[in-house]
Design a protein around this ligand. Structure first.
Ligand code: DGL
Length: 292
């Protein structure tokens, strides 16, 4: 089923030939918007498809096998429909396990989003780093390997939050959670011992920078928050090059695709519009297997 939620603005990729690349930015939900905004800044001329697999949200609860199957199937459909030149998997939970599978299955380039442990280790003065992610991401071998390779000399505190990604979704949908609920999820990041205390928090779920202003207000002491989105945008530019001169950005060239769309209401549409996503489409793709 395909429903265009903006009256009078029917999106049809088949009749929208473009001299510029199509960039597909993919996440389980709205977190990838933090990456989308940076990539849009870097290539304002490009045509964008922002795809949220909200029928599968939250990915943090899914087993690796289910995630590999789900993302592979959704990706095949999205690539078939939108013919992107490049895909940004703007999701740590997916990237830390599905990237090798996607690269094997499809011939286009994929840019992933993985915990910024290397920059965190470079930034810390105290040696105490927290990695705030989903339970899925903190459990990955990939994440443990990053810690061993790049932060062996640091005290690395892996914090897997079950609720924060949902809180970020609620925030954008106009239903912010209380400070108390947010603080409960945030406090495990703040470690204080005789030897020192946390001075860097790597935001390792793309949803979390959506809550950054609130994190900064609630934090018990100031820390450096690392959001990898600008680095991801730089990687995209390395792979597909700079803006094509002479092509003007066009609002109609950015579309948000949801696989469920149940959460789309007026505040969310406004939040998408402000970010340059003027069209909202539901490509219904139910999650058949919900148990991990
Ligand atoms: N935005 C995703 C990430 O970067 C995860 C949210 C979810 O659990 O679906 O990890």
């Amino acid at each position: 089923m395909r429903v265009d939620l903006l009256a009078g603005a029917l999106y049809n990729p088949a009749v929208m030939p473009s001299p510029v690349p199509t960039i597909l930015v993919f996440d389980s939900g709205l977190g990838g918007l933090t990456v989308f905004s940076e990539v849009l800044k870097a290539r304002p001329d490009a045509r964008f498809v922002y795809a949220a697999d909200d029928a599968g949200f939250p990915y943090g609860r899914l087993s690796e096998a289910v995630l590999v199957e789900r993302v592979g199937a959704v990706m095949e459909r999205l690539i078939g429909l939108h013919d992107p030149k490049i895909v940004v998997v703007a999701c740590n939970t997916a990237s830390t396990v599905v990237l090798p599978h996607l690269r094997k299955r499809f011939s286009i380039p994929f840019v992933g989003t993985v915990p910024a442990i290397k920059p965190a280790a470079r930034t810390t003065q105290t040696g105490y780093i927290s990695v705030l992610a989903t339970p899925g991401t903190v459990a990955r071998d990939y994440t443990r390997d990053l810690v061993e390779t790049y932060a062996a000399g640091c005290k690395v505190n892996l914090v897997g939050s079950r609720r924060l990604a949902g809180f970020a979704e609620a925030e954008l949908a106009g239903n912010p959670v209380s400070d108390e609920e947010l603080l409960d999820e945030l406090m495990p990041c703040f470690v204080e011992e005789e030897g020192g205390r946390t001075d860097v928090v790597a935001l390792s779920c793309t949803h979390y920078p959506l809550l950054l202003p609130r994190f900064q207000t609630l934090a018990p002491w100031p820390v450096t928050w690392i959001d990898p989105a600008p680095a991801i945008a730089r990687r995209v530019i390395q792979l597909i090059g700079e803006t094509v001169p002479g092509h003007e950005a066009d609002d109609d060239e950015a579309v948000a695709v949801f696989t469920d769309g149940a959460g789309i209401g007026v505040p969310l549409r406004a939040a998408l519009h402000v970010r340059g996503l003027s069209q909202v489409v539901v490509e219904s793709w139910p999650m058949l297997q919900t148990a991990p």
